[in-house]
Design a protein around this ligand. Sequence first.
Ligand code: SF4
Ligand code: F3S
Length: 368
Amino acid sequence: MPEETIAEGLKKSGVSRRDFLKLSGLLAAAMGLTNVPPVSASGLPPRLGRGYSVNRVIAKALETRPRLPVIWLEFQDCAGCSEAITRSNSPTLVNLVLNTLTIEYHETLSAAAGFQVEQAKQDAMQRYAGQYILVVEGSIPVADDGVYCTVGGRTALDLLQEAAAGAAAIIATGNCASFGGLPKAKPNPTDAKGVWELITDKPVVNIPGCPAIPEATTGTIAHFAIFGTLPELDGLHRPMPFYGVTVHDRCLRRPFYEAGKFALSFDDEGAKKGYCLYKLGCKGPTTYNACASIRWDTGLSFPVQSGHPCLGCSQPDFWDGGGFYQGQSAPLDRPELAAIGAAAAAGAALGVGATLVNQAKKKAKGGE
Ligand code: SF4
Ligand code: F3S
């Protein structure tokens, strides 16, 4: 186990005690924590049991928990999830998680290159065997012996299996690593797959999105670093603090939806007044993600706020799931995932059902 504690790493990075306590609060908010996890699961000293504030528990954990190493691999991706990390809403949090807590190896952000960086990865996997978090960005092609994505002459599948073997847990960041994403869109020439389809003997957390919301990835890493456990997951392995509600649930256009006021084209009066985008194909009612609350680009906006319908980018098979810019949403979860995603699918179906009922009511009243 790495000897240095998280707090020692922070101190070395010049983080003051005051900032340290501020970060504890930031982390609590980022993880959506309202309750302290059971003491036995967190590994925290017994005196930090129930009754202590979450911030205080986190501050104590940062002082005692060892640094958590992270190895970040990229396969069939556009590096958009890594790019989004650099534009995060919480740069301090992201610095904390990625620079101080963690990163041992990142294919895009590592300063080293070539044999040197490959050796660094091998060293990290050996040194922290069984202890590191493996973050995967991008889907894994398995057609034709995986020849469509190779790094250093080895296939993505080979590299994934090697790194997964020593990981304590795996975080699939982005829709590609979670559900296959864009590379898996029909006709899926490379037979692209998500991590959880290929690695079944390790805990796999899915942080889908195109790209993934950086705070959801870093918040999940932080949860494991601090408590030694993963956050509660839904049926599609998505962390509940970030995927527990739909975009529609928190949407700032929701009052217009409830009032039956819809934009019917991108430049009509309704669009100018900020009306609901459902009739322009918004999939917010069936999409579980935190865009409407965390937002993007330092909290500036998110697609629906900027006038674009939600495309459902955190749902499985969103690219093939019923077309974009069409006035009806449809459940996007794949039939073969229905059993494990029953809760999410039921929620999605309810969202669509409620939407249709609402629309029918409005029409009956002559509202639009
Ligand atoms: Fe917002 Fe879309 Fe829901 Fe309308 S349908 S309230 S635009 S999420
Ligand atoms: Fe994706 Fe919809 Fe958010 S398209 S970025 S889940 S608003």
